[in-house]
Design a protein around this ligand. Sequence first.
Ligand SMILES: *[C@@H]1O[C@H](CO)[C@@H](O)[C@H](O)[C@H]1NC(C)=O
Length: 130
Amino acid sequence: MKLLSTLLTAILVAIPAVSAAHTCHCGDTSYDNNEIVGAINEGYSKNNSPTKFSGGYPHKFGNTENLSFEDCMEGTLVEYPLKTKTPWKGGSRPGADRVVYLLGEDKTFCGCMTHTGAKHNKFVECEKSS
Ligand SMILES: *[C@@H]1O[C@H](CO)[C@@H](O)[C@H](O)[C@H]1NC(C)=O
């Protein structure tokens, strides 16, 4: 029993480090880890080092809103449209929601943001877990 509970504890402690599952709630829409990571991967594979702040996705996010992405206090923010089910591939409207990640090969997830409930063309942060 002691061994079993030690093992269980070890497994439970190990899980968050192995697979931090991200979720975001933007307005009425919830996004799961696959959708969030899928959007980051799609953005990264389209352009892994965007240089502009507009004109197609992904692009750098200037954050004039001063949104607080606590895991991304240093580095350059990149935004990419966030969609349910399959990643946005261009050719349709990007919608209101975005994933934000750090420029660089680590593809660090920063958070999600949305135009829903924000002043014209600005963003507010979505609720997120992990
Ligand atoms: C964001 O922060 C900068 C620097 O502190 C400040 O000048 C600016 O007014 C802030 N913008 C908003 C929208 O709060």
